[in-house]
Design a protein around this ligand. Structure first.
Ligand SMILES: Nc1ncnc2c1ncn2[C@@H]1O[C@H](COP(=O)(O)OP(=O)(O)OP(=O)(O)O)[C@@H](O)[C@H]1O
Length: 371
């Protein structure tokens, strides 16, 4: 592999963004984006996702820190000189132009020859399955088709990076799911980097090679969907990604944790003895057993049929709530046992971010070396 192929295509180095009103919406954010991958920025409204896209696109400048593209600082490079295109939430199509002219717009500005414009526009429309729609007006298209025109208009410029700001949020659920497959497939065929913004965790898990989970202008955790689902770094991430049982606990020593009034074997280390922690167990990792065989015993409070499983809510004697996803039914009011493997227990430090976690792990490994 050549050096440039290994180099991240985009790198943020301690990037901070304050708006004129003094609000700091990104706080020393650092990350790397590798070539040809599908990235998702995931987080609640207002956490700074769109601001990151605007900084990459060149619509805004950072207040401090460096943005690199292909190894060069681009903080002050104008938007039209960057090899980046954006698909906006509302698509921003021109209603008075037909499909062909919408897609051709950027090429006409570049004064490309008519024959080349035609070739490129038709190729882009083929890519998004809209061949034959060239003469249609935008108003005569469905939401999904408009979405595809917006993508064709962006990829016709052959960007190295495509930024997509909540592009599926205007679509109904069925079309949204279809477009998730289409977008993922399109990214693979084009082989360019996609940076996708959403606040929908299922969408992020389904589509991404890598997810950045954001909160209040910081990246809480980055990783593959499975990393983030299985090993959430803190309560915020665990809560935001999927359904979780989160209860307070205390480390006894490495690989032994106490919660709900009992001590359990676990697979996490690197904590101080007696350190207060939070425990995550996913509802699908809990198994219903007879009460005497359970690691925990809960009283069933409610039950809902969810199609593939029952969602059962119960309370243990310490008052903790437990959600269970089970193909077995339970009876409201009964006491049932809950079984789980040591691997199903995920131990987190209170409110720890990824950087704090890395520092703790390093210190732990160094102290283990000394021992
Ligand atoms: N031009 C601006 N001037 C001042 N404040 C702004 C400006 N643009 C955004 N903000 C503020 O910056 C914060 C982050 O906004 P941003 O649009 O990046 O969030 P987001 O995560 O994309 O949210 P959403 O999911 O709602 O689009 C918000 O508090 C927002 O009010």
């Amino acid at each position: 592999m050549s050096a440039s192929a290994e180099q991240p295509i985009i790198r943020f180095e301690r990037v901070t963004k304050c708006y004129e009103d003094g609000e700091t919406v990104l706080k020393e954010v650092s990350f790397e984006i590798r070539r040809g991958q599908f990235y998702t920025l995931l987080g609640p409204s207002g956490c700074g996702k769109t601001t990151i896209l605007r900084l990459i696109a060149g619509f805004q400048e950072p207040s401090s820190g460096e943005i690199y593209f292909d190894g060069k600082v681009i903080n002050r490079v104008p938007a039209n000189e960057r090899q980046v295109n954006t698909v906006f939430q509302d698509y921003a199509l021109f209603p008075h132009l037909d499909v062909f002219e919408n897609v051709a717009f950027g090429l006409r500005i570049k004064r490309m020859k008519q024959a080349d414009v035609e070739n490129k526009v038709l190729e882009a429309l083929r890519f998004v399955n809209l061949k034959g729609y060239e003469k249609r007006q935008i108003t005569e298209l469905s939401g999904g088709q408009r979405q595809r025109v917006a993508i064709a208009r962006a990829i016709v410029n052959e960007p190295q990076v495509l930024l997509l700001d909540e592009p599926l949020s205007a679509l109904d659920l069925k079309l949204r799911t279809e477009m998730q497959y289409e977008l993922r497939e399109l990214q693979r065929r084009l082989g360019i980097t996609f940076i996708f913004v959403t606040h929908d965790q299922e969408e992020a898990l389904a589509m991404s090679d890598e997810i950045f989970v954001m909160k209040e202008g910081t990246i809480q955790q980055s990783g593959t969907p499975t990393d983030i689902y299985d090993e959430p770094i803190n309560r915020f991430v665990a809560d935001f990604i999927g359904e979780s049982n989160i209860v307070a606990g205390q480390m006894v020593r490495d690989y032994e944790v106490r919660f709900a009034g009992r001590t359990f074997e676990c697979v996490d280390g690197g904590f101080r003895p007696d350190e207060p922690v939070e425990i995550v167990i996913r509802p699908e990792d809990l198994e219903i057993t007879p009460p005497e065989a359970g690691k925990l015993v809960v009283k069933v409070d409610s039950q809902l049929f969810r199609g593939v499983h029952y969602e059962i809510i119960g309370y243990d004697d310490a008052g903790n709530e437990w959600m269970v996803h089970s193909t077995k039914r339970a009876t409201v009011g009964d006491r049932i046992g809950l079984g789980f493997d040591p691997e199903a227990i995920h131990v987190m430090r209170f409110g720890e971010t990824e950087e704090e976690f890395d520092r703790r792990l390093l210190a732990y490994e160094e102290s283990a070396d000394e021992r």
